[in-house]
Design a protein around this ligand. Structure first.
Ligand SMILES: *[C@@H]1O[C@H](CO)[C@@H](O)[C@H](O)[C@H]1NC(C)=O
Ligand SMILES: *[C@@H]1O[C@H](CO)[C@@H](O)[C@H](O)[C@H]1NC(C)=O
Ligand SMILES: *[C@@H]1O[C@H](CO)[C@@H](O)[C@H](O)[C@H]1NC(C)=O
Ligand SMILES: *[C@@H]1O[C@H](CO)[C@@H](O)[C@H](O)[C@H]1NC(C)=O
Ligand SMILES: *[C@@H]1O[C@H](CO)[C@@H](O)[C@H](O)[C@H]1NC(C)=O
Ligand SMILES: *[C@@H]1O[C@H](CO)[C@@H](O)[C@H](O)[C@H]1NC(C)=O
Ligand SMILES: *[C@@H]1O[C@H](CO)[C@@H](O)[C@H](O)[C@H]1NC(C)=O
Ligand SMILES: *[C@@H]1O[C@H](CO)[C@@H](O)[C@H](O)[C@H]1NC(C)=O
Ligand SMILES: *[C@@H]1O[C@H](CO)[C@@H](O)[C@H](O)[C@H]1NC(C)=O
Ligand SMILES: *[C@@H]1O[C@H](CO)[C@@H](O)[C@H](O)[C@H]1NC(C)=O
Ligand SMILES: CC(=O)N[C@H]1CO[C@H](CO)[C@@H](O)[C@@H]1O
Ligand SMILES: [Ca+2]
Length: 541
């Protein structure tokens, strides 16, 4: 009797607060607690509204919102530094707190809205500056680098949970964090530096080893430089290389389906690409082949010192994206100079100064402590935390091998402490997925496992997997099931939509299990190769 009365009172409080979505309401929460934060925006949105916020500079906005209160808060971190964070407080809340990483140029309201569609109270921060990380002057204050590297996310977690508790008169029962790329780094950083902040974390394609990642991206552009050299592979040849990789590596995984499902296991022969006396077009010269060999090889320095993993067979469709390998032009190189120039603070840095001593310098200074390569997750594990990490095989920006590096070092750090990483960690390699999402058009692999980044990359109103709203198909629901019910995902079924505008159960034309590493999905030998049921997870090595 007593407990149901208490529940009824809480419910009543929650409902009245939900109907009072004003700047004053939220400012009063902070003021009463003596917290130095300024509420700059608050507005309630009825179901199916399009989000509007005059404080938002980004162009992408969520549509078809569930009924929610939206709040934006500005908080200071140091004398001259501040960050902003957004909060969605759903009318119909399911007691969970969700933090979407910053992946774009502002508070990621679209990713937040995905979390909202799951019924979660959601937050996200701009990490202290708006616009791309690579432009502006935000790095001039070292305190801003701290905000970007870790502080804004941690404080958003603290202040966000505070708002949620005050608004609903109840603490969130479970807290989750998810992000991809630089957001994946943020996910790893939170897990490592603040192991009590979240119960479940998804680190997708994480660019976690900042110092090495950023210098690797610069090094990639240099393989092809100077533009038009004898060793420069013409960008038109990327497709020819891709076709050759598919020709050789597609069958090696056991099923001819245009998808290279085991690029790490592919034994690739370069010679069919070489120009000969009988073949002088659509081929590579000896020196171009050497460039290709560099692209497909780890960055290793003297004495077998590993610096970074390489792009895999099947990633060629991305090589010209963002000028990554591109044509070796000064423009492509200049794009990648922001890290040494502005974050490492090496004024007037030029690309020819990139050598191993620069990597050592970056590791030693590690501005803002942004590296998220602490392998000891014992405390996160002891708190009951669960971490899902995934990478796409066709990602040329953050090659999946660097994810494997983390997994191996995590295991090595925890085994001596008697901790089996299987008890709290799952690693997935997604065949045919590029960076965070999408698949090369010559593969059409079933890469989609939902979660905020993937859903928001397709549409401003999508969430989960249409028709398959469950833990077997949706990575975020898989994480929730693991944290709350102890059901660890052994695989997640990936889907492919055969439309670029219509994302419904009717446009899902292909599904396959994506198996927890080291297992891989293998065709059972009979039935539709586009149906997940005809695949099983097997250990291959
Ligand atoms: C709404 O907020 C105002 C200002 O903080 C407060 O005076 C009022 O009591 C609130 N109303 C409800 C129903 O919570
Ligand atoms: C609220 O106030 C308490 C007591 O001063 C403090 O410990 C806590 O950190 C404050 N919470 C926030 C979110 O500022
Ligand atoms: C919101 O849109 C959905 C789907 O179009 C519809 O089923 C629902 O009735 C709408 N809700 C309101 C309040 O208009
Ligand atoms: C946050 O506060 C800073 C410092 O007062 C200000 O420059 C900035 O415009 C504020 N941001 C928003 C969104 O109000
Ligand atoms: C090589 O290219 C030249 C010029 O394009 C062409 O004339 C010649 O026939 C080619 N040789 C062979 C062996 O294909
Ligand atoms: C490589 O190893 C050798 C032998 O241990 C050592 O003398 C040398 O200084 C090392 N070189 C570098 C660049 O670390
Ligand atoms: C090389 O790439 C740059 C940047 O993408 C582009 O502006 C330029 O036109 C390219 N050069 C050639 C010769 O295609
Ligand atoms: C960097 O280059 C600018 C413009 O060429 C020059 O004015 C400045 O002195 C240089 N700074 C350093 C530290 O070399
Ligand atoms: C991939 O899908 C696109 C569009 O749905 C289609 O045009 C293309 O032929 C497909 N490619 C393969 C290899 O199936
Ligand atoms: C897309 O997939 C659906 C479901 O398998 C199928 O019915 C439809 O014909 C496909 N459309 C195209 C254009 O391939
Ligand atoms: C800086 C800025 O644009 N602030 C606006 C944020 O949103 C509130 C509520 O709509 C406006 O009053 C502010 O002017
Ligand atoms: Ca294959």
């Amino acid at each position: 009797m007593a407990s149901s009365l208490v529940a009824a009172l809480f419910l009543a409080a929650g409902v009245s607060a939900a109907n009072n979505c004003s700047i004053e309401t939220f400012q009063a929460f902070f003021d009463a607690n003596g917290t130095n934060a300024h509420v700059v925006y608050a507005r309630h949105f009825a179901e199916n509204s399009t989000f509007v916020n005059p404080n938002v500079t980004s162009v992408v906005i969520p549509t078809q919102l569930p009924a929610t209160c939206a709040v934006q808060v500005n908080a200071t971190t140091d004398a001259d530094t501040h960050f902003s964070f957004g909060v969605f407080l759903p009318d119909d809340w399911n007691d969970r707190f969700f933090h979407a990483a910053q992946e774009g140029e502002d508070i990621d309201w679209v990713d937040m809205a995905v979390g909202l569609r799951y019924g979660f109270a959601t937050v996200a921060t701009d990490t202290g500056h708006t616009g791309s990380d690579m432009v502006g002057t935000w790095w001039e204050n070292p305190e801003s680098i701290n905000d970007w590297a870790w502080r804004a996310n941690h404080l958003t977690s603290v202040l966000g949970k505070f708002i949620v508790e005050k608004f609903y008169n109840q603490k969130p029962k479970y807290s989750y964090f998810a992000g991809c790329s630089t957001g994946g780094r943020q996910a790893m950083k939170e897990t490592q530096a603040f192991p009590g902040d979240y119960d479940g974390v998804i680190a997708a394609c994480p660019a976690y080893w900042t110092t090495h990642q950023q210098l690797f991206n610069l090094k990639q552009t240099l393989f092809q430089a100077p533009e038009g050299s004898a060793h420069t592979i013409p960008t038109e040849m990327f497709e020819v290389i891709s076709e050759e990789a598919t020709r050789q590596c597609d069958p090696q995984d056991g099923l001819v389906d245009n998808i290279i499902s085991d690029p790490l296991g592919c034994d690739f022969d370069y010679t069919p690409l070489l120009c000969t006396t009988s073949k002088n077009s659509s081929c590579l010269t000896g020196s171009q082949l050497e460039t290709l060999h560099k692209i497909y090889s780890d960055w290793v320095e003297t004495n077998q010192t590993f610096v970074y993993a390489h792009a895999l067979y099947g990633s060629e469709a991305m090589w010209d994206e963002s000028g990554l390998y591109g044509n070796g032009s000064e423009t492509n190189i200049a794009t990648q100079l922001w890290y040494p120039e502005h974050i490492l603070g090496l004024t007037n840095f030029t690309a020819d100064e990139l050598d191993y001593s620069l990597v050592e310098y970056a590791d030693k200074t590690n501005p803002g402590n942004s590296n998220a390569n602490d392998y000891d997750l014992a405390e996160f594990y002891r708190n009951g935390g669960k971490l899902i990490q995934y990478h796409g095989h066709s990602d040329a920006i953050v090659p999946p091998g660097i994810g494997l590096w983390y997994r191996e070092h995590l295991a090595a750090a925890l085994a001596p402490q008697g901790i089996d990483i299987d008890d709290f960690y799952r690693f997935f390699l997604i065949p045919g997925m590029e960076h965070c999402g999408s698949t090369p058009s010559n593969m059409n692999a079933s890469w989609y496992i939902a979660g905020p980044t993937q859903a928001s990359s397709l549409s401003s109103s999508l969430y989960s997997v249409p028709g398959y709203h469950d833990a077997k198909h949706d990575v975020l629901l898989a994480l929730v099931d693991w944290v709350e019910n102890g059901v660890a995902p052994q695989y997640i079924i990936g889907s492919n939509f055969n439309s670029t505008v219509d994302f419904t159960v009717n446009t899902i034309d292909k599904q396959r299990p994506i198996c927890a590493y080291p297992k891989q999905a293998r065709y059972t030998g009979s039935g539709d190769i586009n149906a997940a049921a005809n695949f099983e997870c097997r250990s291959l090595y």
